[in-house]
Design a protein around this ligand. Structure first.
Ligand code: 4BW
Length: 152
């Protein structure tokens, strides 16, 4: 028995598994780093998407990026938290999927990334696909097919 059944690989879409945009913690391009750090610390996430004012995906920012940026030779240069905006240090090369992409596209994407952003053809942010969502789906499918095999 294969761990990943044909139905899961070819019929389940990224849109069905993603966390919708309204539930995703995010920051905006022109936010100062201190706001981004507040969002990251309060939400408990290591990294979150960066959106522009029209809700288009622009990049990603994480706690480590911020800490590296404010780290001087001998101390943390705390003034940089208010002097620097998110867009100055975010990464812009972020992997991105669309809602119509299939389970296997999602599985491949989360091998190297804890989460992958989901956006439409025009770049508007739809949500994120996380490793947790992929693993939960494999787990569900595994137990469902085991039950079916026992019945059949
Ligand atoms: O606040 C949390 N709630 C829950 N339920 N789980 C959490 C929380 N914070 C971390 N976790 C767990 C998850 O299993 O630790 C994993 C790693 O978190 P991360 O990366 O390093 O902050 C979490 O794994 P995941 O659910 O597969 O999520 C992968 C990554 O996706 C997270 C974070 O960067 C991002 N993420 C997940 N949910 C998000 C989110 N970013 C913004 N908003 C959300 N709702």
């Amino acid at each position: 028995m294969s761990l990943i059944q044909d139905g899961l690989a070819s019929a389940v879409t990224v849109g069905e598994m993603m966390i919708p945009g309204e539930k995703v913690a995010h920051v905006q391009l022109n936010n100062p780093l201190e706001h981004a750090l507040l969002v990251l610390v309060k939400s408990g996430y290591s990294a979150v998407p960066v959106l522009d004012a029209s809700y288009k995906l622009s990049g990603m920012i994480g706690k480590t990026m911020i800490l590296n940026h404010i780290l001087g030779l001998e101390r943390f240069e705390m003034e940089k938290l208010s002097d620097t905006t998110v867009q100055e240090i975010m990464v812009t090369e972020v992997p991105c999927l669309s809602q119509a992409d299939l389970f296997m596209d999602g599985l491949k994407a989360v091998i190297d990334h804890p989460f992958v952003c989901v956006a439409d053809d025009s770049g508007y942010f739809d949500g994120i696909l996380t490793r947790r969502a992929i693993l939960k789906r494999i787990n569900k499918d595994f137990y469902e097919s085991r039950l079916q095999n026992r019945k059949g």
